[in-house]
Design a binder for this molecule. Structure first.
Ligand SMILES: [Fe+2]
Length: 304
């Protein structure tokens, strides 16, 4: 077993992927997440894999998002900007572009596979996320599975059931068909059904595939590593949602995914490969533009 994953309680052994869980990890020991190391990575990171987001929330928890670019700011200045503003920086594909972190991710997942029976990821993608003391991530669901390793600061995560009331099947089809971003309709009453965890450095959280969630930082600068994973089961399910989404557009009947057995999902997944190649449905989210640049035209609240 990897030493990176510790304190996995026995009653959670078979719970991975079935219910929201937290466990302990030791990624912080690597010292890859201290200011100096982060500033260096921010300096060197490829611009196209570097997102700067700013969310505005109203009293009902509804949000608008603006996406920016780093401009000519140094890594140190971006880091200061995150610590003081409401922005949120995400470095995508960290498993490939930050090799030391890539090794750590592999080791951590070897540790998880050693603990969670039958968990065999076939693909891992890491996002290193730096977020401001007042940052919030709105209610959304991710298409792949996710493990969130918390590294610095404190944050609260609300995890909701992956049922029709919180995560409508058609919504996931639209996410996979790239007809909508991963944001979903949210109402405050939904919080009654959520499990809530306060994450401290050294804690990780994981939840069932497609379970919606939202996050609020608790007044401190936060660093987290979010790792998306695919297993064969998640790949078949997502392929089935994709095929269902196309069939629904053609007016064909679509069965509920929780009533679709594994062999039928595999058939739908196989169909999705051909449908994807045929590009029958236009990607509606690739045109989302970066609306500000850190520097002169930065919205005041994001300005360092
Ligand atoms: Fe997420």
């Amino acid at each position: 077993m990897s030493d990176l994953i510790t304190a996995w309680s026995p009653d959670q052994k078979n719970a991975f992927g079935r219910t929201p869980i937290t466990f302990q990890h030791e990624l912080v020991e690597s010292r890859l997440f201290e200011d100096e190391a982060l500033a260096r990575v921010l300096d060197a990171y490829p611009a196209e894999l570097y997102d700067i987001n700013l969310f505005d929330f109203d009293a009902d928890g509804q949000h608008t998002m603006r996406t920016g670019a780093r401009g000519r700011r140094s890594g140190q200045e971006v880091l200061e900007g995150v610590k003081e503003g409401r922005i949120w920086v995400q470095l995508r594909r960290a498993e490939a572009w930050y090799p030391q972190l890539g090794d750590l991710i592999k080791e951590a997942f070897a540790g998880i596979s050693g603990q969670a029976q039958g968990f065999r990821p076939i693909q891992l993608n890491g996002q290193l996320i730096l977020s401001a003391p007042g940052a919030k991530v709105p209610f959304h669901a991710d298409a792949p599975g996710v493990v969130l390793f918390h590294l610095r600061g404190r944050k609260r995560i609300w995890i909701y059931p992956a049922d029709e009331a919180h995560m409508p099947q058609q919504g996931m089809e639209n996410i996979l068909l790239k007809q909508q971003t991963e944001d979903l309709p949210y109402r405050r009453e939904m919080d009654a059904a959520a499990q809530v965890f306060d994450l401290e450095p050294g804690m990780a959280a994981a939840w069932p595939l497609h379970a919606p969630h939202r996050i609020e930082n608790l007044g401190t600068f936060n660093v987290s590593l979010s790792v998306d994973y695919q297993t064969w089961a998640s790949r078949l399910t997502n392929g089935a949602h994709y095929a269902n989404g196309v069939f629904r557009r053609w007016g064909l009947p679509v069965a509920a995914m929780d009533k679709t057995p594994a062999f039928a999902r595999a058939g739908l997944w196989a169909a999705s490969l051909g449908l994807k190649r045929a590009r029958l449905v236009e990607d509606r989210i690739k045109g989302l533009e970066r609306s500000f640049e850190l520097g002169m035209d930065t919205p005041a609240e994001a300005r360092p």
